[in-house]
Design a protein around this ligand. Sequence first.
Ligand SMILES: *Cc1c(COP(=O)(O)O)cnc(C)c1O
Length: 400
Amino acid sequence: MKLLNDQLSNAPLLNSPLLNDYASKLDELRQQGNLRQFTSNVQQGRMIEIQGQQMLNLSSNDYLGLAADLQLREQFFDETPNELRIMSSSSSRLLTGNFPEYEQLEASLSQAFHGRAVLLFNSGYHMNIGILPALSDSKTLILADKLVHASMIDGIRLSSAKYVRYRHNDLKHLQKLLQQYHTDEAFERIIVVTESIFSMDGDETDLAELVRIKQQFAKVMLYVDEAHAIGVRGEQGLGCAEQYAVIDQIDLLVGTFGKALASVGGYLICHPVIREYLINSMRPLIFSTAQPPLCMAWTHFIFQKVLGLKQQRQHLQQISQNLQQSVQAKGFDCPSTSHIVPVIIGESQKTVEKARQLQQAGFYIMPVRPPTVPKHSSRLRISLTSQVHQAGLEQLVALL
Ligand SMILES: *Cc1c(COP(=O)(O)O)cnc(C)c1O
């Protein structure tokens, strides 16, 4: 922070109209209270320290506490000799970057996901901006839930498909659109795009019903992003698709390793033909250096552990349900059915002030405002991890 300010004040005076333009846009953001900045922090277990203030971290995506687990890290490095601590793949997988670690991770994922084909990506963002453009053409229609993540919106924008949004989590509306477009000869393929657990409301799609609807329409493929559900839902943590027993019915089942899996990267579960087609057409896969083999080995190590973390998943579910109920009992709107629990306040100023108070009281909770969420629905976004105890949450609820 300090350094950044020094950098700004030591910068040469603005003399270019090009820079002036950006500077005045930044000023505008600052005045609206919408300027984004990095804050440095130190994390230890379930705690986070920012500017000397120790807080319970309720803004983390480390849903199973694995990124914070020092013993796991130690075990991994003990088991991984120096020759295998390879820090760069030095090229795309299509050149020399396809190390055995990639194939091991794909094989393990495939085994867990009923033998389906698996393809890995450098990040969930790469995955979502790459797959949709590769699989779409001008005869493709994409029907997307109104609240899908920015990475899917960007993927849709990069594609040549026509794009229509359906009302958030409104499968009746989706069904109506499908009836309307399915007979339209302009479209040879319709891709329905959704998340399983949504990142801002913490609510979830009824995947069983979604699959049932899809099966009525021959041209439809389903694309489901499990970023917030992988590791957290299902007996083995394979996501909502496992929980609702529809792993084999989702054409394009994607997720990230960057959240509960304490690593980095994205994955797709699909048909082998789709995998081969993407290897031949997906630009972020072809034109970017593959992740370091060491990261692959770590993801593999973590994935094996995650399959058995039933107790952590149960604890997370228990504290999530308790918190949802307490927030509702306090009279707040709370659509959540998951470990992401928003407390919808409404006006931005009030939300920012409330978040500041809670931070001072030792709870690291961030305010979320428009345009990230709709107008008049500013909220505190509480994101629970299995490391959080019930007692801490009771203190928090008392302060709401
Ligand atoms: C976080 C997130 C992503 C992006 O994944 P990264 O691996 O962080 O790039 C994609 N989709 C959803 C729904 C997410 O929440």
